[in-house]
Design a binder for this molecule. Structure first.
Ligand code: GEK
Length: 256
């Protein structure tokens, strides 16, 4: 699988130590240069199943891409999902539009794309994904991005995606999730923290990052996601991957 390899092969994969030292004050989490510099290591050690999901985005692209259509990677970070899509598009006349509102992410993503020589053109766009006009789409990827969008903007974004998808097109939506049952919710958080400890994060790193993400990353339950997808028009949507409190859903536009 291409994405098991370091993405940015001219640079070493830097170890994430962003929250390793005690901080007097903890700022809101931001996708700034310090985070971009360690991002491949951070996301791999922080999101259970991340590399599996990236690989499957490639496989799902292979299945669902339509000739002469657009594929969108919304909140693309360093373009891992973009790369997986690009390397699995067998159809002609396609374009990938990869969007992130972090300038530092887009600059680094451009280097990643420059080193890949697959045929499909990629447009890297630095903008808010809420401003993007989705059209003629066969695949839209929101891989751990919707969780950073203010909750009150999520319905409109999903409605835009639905109207921009072609019949037969799919949305792949991966998110950190919450659970209605508080005891189960806590169990999933505890198991997730065990996963982070096993990946070398200290209790201090875990708690400082958790605080930085408070009110920045807002998880919802699968019930809320299913309901939003249904209300946006998707009549076929459900989970295809889950590990602890991380899940990925696939939603297909089956009608005109
Ligand atoms: C991956 N998908 O590796 N508009 C555009 N980008 C945004 C916005 C916004 N309103 N809000 C946040 N972002 C990637 C991983 S990371 C997930 C996605 C994580 C961007 C933000 O700058 C960051 O790059 C990305 O969404 C979220 O498959 O770090 O947990």
């Amino acid at each position: 699988m291409a994405n098991d390899q370091p993405q940015d092969t001219n640079d070493a994969i830097n170890k994430d130590t962003v929250f390793a030292n005690p901080m007097a004050a903890i700022d809101r989490f931001a996708f700034n240069k310090a985070v971009v510099d360690v991002f491949p290591d951070m996301i791999k050690r922080s999101v259970p199943g991340y590399l599996t999901i990236i690989g499957m985005i490639g496989d799902l692209t292979n299945r669902y891409v339509q000739a002469n259509s657009n594929c969108y990677d919304l909140g693309c970070s360093l373009a891992a999902a973009t790369l997986a899509m690009r390397q699995n598009i067998g159809e002609s006349g396609c374009e990938i539009i990869a969007v992130d509102n972090s300038q530092a992410m887009i600059e680094r993503a451009q280097k990643v794309m420059d080193r890949d020589h697959s045929a499909t053109p990629v447009a890297l766009v630095c903008d808010d994904i809420n401003n993007i006009d989705i059209k003629n789409a066969s695949i839209v990827v929101l891989n751990f991005t919707l969780q950073f969008i203010p909750v009150e903007q999520r319905d409109q974004l999903l409605a835009n995606i639905y109207q921009g998808l072609n019949p037969g097109g799919v949305l792949i939506l991966s998110e950190k999730i919450a659970f209605e049952d508080q005891r189960h919710n806590q169990l999933m958080i505890d198991l997730y923290h065990d996963f982070k400890r096993a990946n070398g994060y200290s209790d201090l790193e875990i708690s400082q990052k958790r605080e930085a993400l408070e009110n920045v990353l807002i998880p919802e339950t699968l019930t809320q996601h299913r309901s939003r997808l249904k209300n946006s028009g998707f009549d076929d949507a459900d989970v295809w991957f889950q590990c602890f409190n991380f899940a990925s859903m696939i939603a297909q536009k089956t009608t005109y």
